[in-house]
Design a protein around this ligand. Structure first.
Ligand SMILES: [Zn+2]
Length: 318
């Protein structure tokens, strides 16, 4: 299908042919895998479309690349030369080159995460429905006679509901962190220990506590998932990540109510949190990163995150 797809979408001609074939291969091997597990009587879901922003892997299989070890240069067909760091001498013949993306994540109050690729993931308010129910039960409990059977059963129901809310939130955090670890090789986040969360928002008591707990849990999940998958999690000093212009580096002061970053020095303008995520990535990588997305961000709902499957990376070289 690739030749006919190229006619419909001429942009595909800018991608090395083998890279396209490998995407095709990954897709079909996943479909085959699904069929095989279905045959074995396992319950399987459907293959899900990976939209723009979620597919960041280039797989150069067998050809289309050249590594110059002496000068630390990687040549990729249709992309060009790039400087690379070689941590140890490469011995033998390289069979394939897999390029994974880097990403910066900004956690916030308006949305749970905004990343430097342009995804905006909304806050997990899956607890909303449950919290209404919780409030109702707690009112009932307050009216119940202490120690009565009714009291005991209400207490039991409340405990169960608390557990359910926790599970829902954990499910969301697990799926989101898994997606980032599967799709990116280097993930940069703010160091929440230093942040003090001063810049992050007003003090909304209880609500804030839940948020802070979710953020640190999210970062924790990222860190152990990254470690076991051989990915890198970089924690960045959060100072000035919102104030700095991610295009020119000037400090542009803005208070919390200002949701848009507008740089008077270079004219760069984008969403406030998106600017922060780019700064987090830049600080993490210690080098300038070209802007990818200046337009509105891709909004990703909690429902979409919860629908994500726990997929393993398609290829794992040992
Ligand atoms: Zn600027």
């Amino acid at each position: 299908m690739i030749p006919s797809l190229k006619l419909v979408n001429p942009k595909l001609n800018c991608v090395y042919s083998k890279v396209l074939q490998m995407v095709n291969y990954t897709l079909w091997s996943n479909i085959k895998g699904l069929f095989a597990s279905k045959k074995n009587g396992r319950k399987v879901g459907h293959i899900r479309f990976k939209g723009y922003g979620w597919y960041n892997t280039l797989n150069y299989n067998q050809s289309g690349f050249k590594v110059d070890q002496d000068h630390g240069i990687l040549h990729l067909s249709k992309i060009g030369d790039m400087r690379i760091k070689i941590y140890r001498k490469i011995e033998g013949c390289i069979k394939a080159v897999i390029i994974k993306g880097v990403v910066g994540l900004d956690v916030g109050l308006t949305s749970f995460v905004v990343d430097s690729v342009g995804n905006e993931i909304e806050n997990p308010r899956c607890a909303k429905q449950s919290s209404d129910k919780l409030a109702r039960l707690q009112r009932k409990l307050a009216r119940a006679v202490r120690g009565s059977n009714n009291y005991k059963s209400l207490k039991d129901k409340i405990a169960k509901l608390h557990k359910r809310i926790n599970c829902q939130r954990d499910d969301f955090l697990h799926k989101l962190s898994r997606t980032y670890v599967n799709n990116f090789d280097i993930i940069c986040v703010e160091d929440l220990d230093i942040i003090g969360l001063k810049e992050k928002g007003h003090n909304n008591g209880m609500h804030r506590c839940i948020h802070d707990a979710s953020w640190s849990k999210f970062v924790f999940m990222l860190s152990y998932k990254a470690q076991s998958a051989g990915r890198k999690l970089i924690k960045v000093d959060p100072r000035n990540t919102t104030q700095r212009c991610s295009a020119c580096g000037s400090i542009v002061k803005k208070d919390l109510s200002i949701r848009v970053h507008e740089c008077p020095y270079c004219g760069f303008s984008c969403d406030r949190d998106y600017n922060a995520s780019r700064n987090i990535l830049i600080t993490g990588m210690e080098q300038p990163v070209a802007p990818i997305e200046l337009k509105p961000l891709h909004h990703i709902s909690v429902v979409q995150v919860l629908a994500m499957k726990w997929e393993a990376a398609p290829f794992r070289t040992r």
